[in-house]
Design a binder for this molecule. Structure first.
Ligand SMILES: Cc1cc2nc3c(=O)[nH]c(=O)nc-3n(C[C@H](O)[C@H](O)[C@H](O)COP(=O)(O)O)c2cc1C
Length: 159
């Protein structure tokens, strides 16, 4: 069973949250669209993450799809907590204000999806936050997205 699970490829995204004047980014691969109408996406967040704290405080998040050349951002934002470090500042990530949410968009990722939480579902050792996508943009439409399988990074390309 463990071997079978390891064959599931995941996207690599940064989840942006904002509350109390703090903007935080967390690497997340357990992210998926779950409805067309309305457009809904879910992200699975462990309760011990700083992201969980900001997400429950403000009820908004931004999913930023990373490009294959942004693996370093994924590694940093996936191993350090926003409780200890300002990840946006440390990595020099450029942001742009969103129109409909307080969470800033990332200026140089493949795409941003700004979401408002519509439901929350406990799921084992994680919690699923389902958000309605209310705004989006595509700063690097042509870039190959970063993906991961069995904890090895790769890039998505068409055959
Ligand atoms: C490739 C990768 C994917 C990850 N996916 C998730 C995820 O989907 N959900 C989650 O809660 N943590 C995930 N993590 C772990 C968090 O990114 C990590 O614990 C991070 O330091 C939490 O940051 P925060 O405390 O600032 O929220 C992932 C880490 C990596 C490297």
């Amino acid at each position: 069973m463990k071997q079978a699970l390891r064959l599931l490829p995941w996207p690599v995204t940064l989840i942006g949250t904002y509350a109390g004047g703090r903007h935080n980014l967390m690497t997340a691969s357990w992210v998926s669209q779950v409805s067309f109408r309305p457009p809904l996406v879910m992200v699975s967040v462990a309760p011990e993450r700083y992201t969980y704290e900001l997400l429950t405080a403000n009820g908004e998040f931004v999913v930023s799809i990373l490009a294959a050349d942004q693996q370093q951002w994924a590694e940093f934002c996936g191993s350090r907590s926003g409780r200890d470090v300002d990840k946006v500042k440390e990595l020099g990530i450029k942001t742009a204000p969103a129109q409909k949410v307080k969470v800033p968009l990332l200026a140089d990722c493949v795409a941003n999806l700004a979401c408002r939480v519509v439901s929350i579902h406990p799921a084992g050792d994680h919690v699923l936050f389902v958000g309605e996508v209310i705004e989006g943009n595509t700063p690097r439409l042509e870039a190959a997205p970063l993906v991961i399988k069995d904890w090895e990074y790769g890039r998505y390309t068409k055959d």
